[in-house]
Design a protein around this ligand. Structure first.
Ligand code: PRX
Length: 581
């Protein structure tokens, strides 16, 4: 397979100090039932994520421990203890129930910057029995509409500027009843909207938390597929068992840690490991409002004395790009453990971590659908740079052939996982058939290709479908193509992922124009701007190539595979279904 060799130097750690101190022993002895008893249930059947993450600590000495140290883009700092979080989330739950009429199961969506209120309102919604739907603040109107329309969301929590950005689609959401505006100091809100600040001030601190059933829906994250619009992966309240267990054993979170997860709550990493995993373990989180910035990130680690850091390969590669001199200006003595997820972590990045921070990045693998980490490198195991690591205790992945039979070590195939862990998605929102189609022969088929080696380490090979992974964000080509063809000059569009050394893949669009339009630089910019505005900058093509017509099957389906093969200079493969000229 040409794998890099095991680098035993990368594991000079004191085994006894880690939560998972013996992989084989903990894996052998692990049961979800047993670990679930470590968190606070209402009774055998009822559990609420927000209770586990926040209120359960009020009975302990963590009550006045800091839950969140938040830093704004401009450097303002706000701190919240677990008791503060309990009080504020109760208030928000009261606002939802009394002023927005939320009942159990209603969907509440969040289109908000990474401010403290997003954490408070997400947890408050769960307390009220609502189902949370966090959205990236970078989304454009079309992306927000698709998700909120599909989920029939009843409440939207947003900010004045973000509301303005999507104003045109709000009338197209018939189920949306209330908008809660987080205005951070500016007190006027549009007529009919609820002012977050005012409502929180007036609301009671007492709230009788909804005693949700372990299988009640709690979380929705939209994720992209090859065909169709993004679909809502739905998770239930007992998913928190998975968040808790993996944050403990993979992220190795311990009582005195200062933990930083760089992911936005619009991404599943930003909820599973930016909210539920750390707080169910009672850990203090440092949260930075802003996006990527080499210097700001380094100084954030230094200033907050971050001990455990969870980030993404694109970010690591961008740090690498800024060189080895910049980090020398900062002190990273506090750091003790670093993890990464979302895309393949190349061996160079693992070694770079060792060189600059004195420790490797520990890669791990999972998906929106799996809800929690499935495969990981652990502090006490040898890191094989380039490998995603070994299965989490209680998780049984396999590599399958195309008939869904398990393959031996060393053979590439479909990465699948035996179903039955607490944080596994329970459905795609109102797309049960699509959900069922993910299960074959007793396995959940992940859509990734991988192989495992003789030591049980898994190695990522690629996606089995057309989904594009750009800087850790999954983008469905169909979603981008649909917006492209809405542009007045575009007749047809085909979208592929093109390999890129920093962000893994960039989006490339092949476009044919309507009669009367000619290719030009200006038109190219205009089309890119159009997609950014409608969907998001992440989904906007980095490259556009104008071609007279797109290769299609006889049934009219655009052959992305062919576009990709041509782009990369690969063999064209079977073209027998290609439409005649
Ligand atoms: O293709 C895999 C890639 O990201 C996909 C999941 O993306 P998403 O649902 O957005 O979940 C993000 C939260 C992890 C996977 O199917 N992926 C994720 N982790 C890795 C990875 N590819 C390679 N190596 C990884 N460690």
């Amino acid at each position: 397979m040409g794998h890099p060799t095991i680098n035993k130097n990368l594991t000079k750690q004191d085994t006894a100090k880690h939560n998972l101190n013996n992989y084989e022993e903990i894996r052998g002895d692990f049961s979800w039932d047993k670990i679930s008893r470590k968190i606070d249930w209402f009774d055998n059947e009822h559990i609420n994520i927000a209770h586990v993450a926040i209120d359960s600590h009020l009975k302990t000495e963590r009550k006045n421990k800091k839950a969140m140290i938040w830093e704004s883009k401009k450097g303002a700092v706000e701190e919240y203890t677990f008791a503060d979080m309990a009080r504020l989330t109760n208030k928000f739950a009261n606002v939802l129930v009394n002023e927005a009429g939320i009942v159990k199961g209603d969907r509440v969506f969040f289109f908000l910057e990474r401010v403290p209120e997003i954490y408070i309102s997400i947890l408050g919604t769960l307390k009220a029995g609502g189902v949370i739907g966090p959205l990236f603040s970078a989304f454009g109107p079309e992306a927000v509409k698709d998700r909120m329309f599909d989920s029939r969301a009843k409440v939207l929590v947003t900010s004045p500027s973000l509301k303005k950005k999507i104003a045109e689609i709000l009338p197209e959401l018939p189920c949306l009843e209330k908008i809660i505006i987080v205005n951070r100091g500016n007190d006027s809100v549009d007529a009919g909207d609820i002012s977050y600040e005012k409502a929180i001030e007036d609301a009671s601190e007492q709230f009788d938390i909804v005693k949700t059933h372990k299988e009640d829906y709690a979380i929705m994250h939209y994720t992209s597929g090859t065909t169709g619009k993004p679909k809502g992966a739905v998770h239930v309240h007992q998913a928190v068992i998975g968040h808790y267990a993996t944050a403990k054993y993979v992220l190795d979170l311990q009582e005195n840690d200062m933990y930083w997860c760089t992911a936005d709550p619009g991404w599943v990493t930003g909820t599973s490991y930016g909210i539920f995993g750390p707080w169910s373990n009672g850990i203090t989180q440092a949260i930075y409002e802003g996006g990527f910035s080499t210097k700001k990130w380094y100084s954030f680690i230094e200033r907050n004395k971050v001990t455990v850091w969870y980030t993404a390969p694109t970010a690591v590669r961008m740090l690498m790009k800024s060189g080895e001199e910049v980090p020398k200006e900062y002190c990273f003595d506090s750091l003790r453990y670093m993890c990464s997820v979302g895309e393949p972590l190349n061996p160079e990045a693992v070694f770079w971590g060792e060189k600059v921070f004195g420790m490797p990045f520990h890669d791990n693998w999972w998906q929106t659908e799996t809800g929690a980490i499935m495969i990981a490198n652990y502090p006490v195991q040898d890191v094989k740079p380039g490998s995603m690591g070994r299965p989490f205790p209680g998780i049984y992945p396999g590599i399958l052939d195309d008939q869904f039979n398990e393959l031996p070590a060393g053979v590439e195939g479909n990465l699948a996982v035996k179903p039955g862990w607490p944080s596994m998605f329970r459905t795609y929102w109102e797309k049960e058939e699509l959900y069922q189609s993910c299960f074959k022969n007793g396995w959940y088929i992940t859509g990734d290709k991988a192989q495992k080696d003789e030591d049980g380490y898994f190695w990522f090979v690629g996606r089995a479908d057309d989904v594009i992974n750009t800087a850790g964000h999954l983008v469905g080509p169909f979603e981008v193509e649909s917006v492209l063809i809405e542009h007045p000059a575009v007749a047809e569009a085909g979208v592929i992922g093109k390999p890129d050394p920093i962000v893994m893949e960039v989006i490339k669009a092949f476009v044919s124009l309507k009669v009367g339009h000619e290719p030009s630089e200006e038109l190219m910019h205009d089309i890119k701007k159009f997609v950014t505005k409608r969907l998001s900058s992440v989904a906007s093509p980095r490259e556009i190539e104008f071609i007279p017509s797109l290769p299609k099957t006889r049934s009219g389906k655009i052959m992305r595979r062919l576009l990709k093969a041509k782009e990369l200079g690969l063999p064209l493969g079977d073209t027998s279904t290609l439409e005649d000229d």
